[in-house]
Design a binder for this molecule. Sequence first.
Ligand SMILES: Cc1ncc(COP(=O)(O)O)c(C=O)c1O
Length: 379
Amino acid sequence: MPKTIDDLSTPCLLIEKERLEANCRQMQARARAEGVALRPHTKTHKMLSLAALQKSHGARGITVAKVGEAEVFAAAGFDDICIAYTVVGAEKSARIAALAPGISFCIDSLEGARQASAVFAGLGRTVRVLLEIDAGYGRCGRTWDDPSLVTFARHVADLPGLALGGILTHEGNAYQPHQAATVMAEARDRMLSVAVRLGDAGLATRGRFVISVGSTPSANVFRNAHRDGFSITEIRPGNYVFNDLTQVNLGVCSFKQCALTVLTTVVSQHRGAGGAVRFFLDAGRKVLTSDRAPLSDTYGQLLYHARTMAPHPHARLTNLSEEHGWGAVRGGSTLTVGDRVRIVPNHACVVVNTQDEAYLVDGDEVLNTWRVDARGHVQ
Ligand SMILES: Cc1ncc(COP(=O)(O)O)c(C=O)c1O
């Protein structure tokens, strides 16, 4: 077991325990203040240890994206899992049926609903499904103001083996700069208007019907509201446990709230064309990924030194090749070959998915090794 981060082979992932726990506490407090359950999206970390920590902070159930992820968490004893994804295909429904009864998933097509119905009714079972709603993001889901929405919901509710338990949206359009509060309020109001229409049609029972929204930028500014006896019942942010450069640039958090960093080593340094000193890190696209952060031209924010967690004011990762990060420092670099630097990634969720494990740390000290248990379970 490595004792300090100097004992670790790079590149690797570090999770700052104190920051992680502060992020868990803060989001739990937000959920409590607005009278909603927090059902964190575990696609951000895919770790049983971290999901257990979220649960210990008060999370009510977890969210996953894929049936394969649900299988990993269910096998470890998690029994309240929402697959926030439109499940299509008899094979996937059969796998869900083999899990604990507390699993729900999303429906946005009659084809998907009929396939699931055939499997569950065939087994003499009933599964809870959530109608996915597009409240403005433009990805999956029935459009919130679609005049045929109630008819569609009735078709789903009438299918044997399916129980229409709620509606779900992901307001991913909250990732536009300065838009989170507006997008959140709009998504909330649109979801409540859908719930009222379904309630009036006898398809949603007040107090029992799940109304689920979620993203990290919007959860941070979420304010609940009540409409005809309905209110939002749960939020599903995921990224908030780690945060990343995207969240910093959107003004959602500060660097001090970024719990996940990539520890890398400077493996080369030389003067490039034009005389500027360039340095190269042992983390390239296969670790940092090519995701960009809004309002930024770097592939991650370098911290000044592995031990001092302050952002380096002049360093940028200008390019990535598969195994190398290409760095430049305006005004000259004090980095030398062998130095270790920590990087706040542009997008934490995809970076975690590149690794089998991450190290829980307290500054220099390595406290634990956490497996990325559901990594690769994308089916
Ligand atoms: C369906 C769904 N719910 C919740 C989330 C969590 O959002 P965030 O990554 O902003 O925390 C996502 C993210 O992609 C999502 O797709």
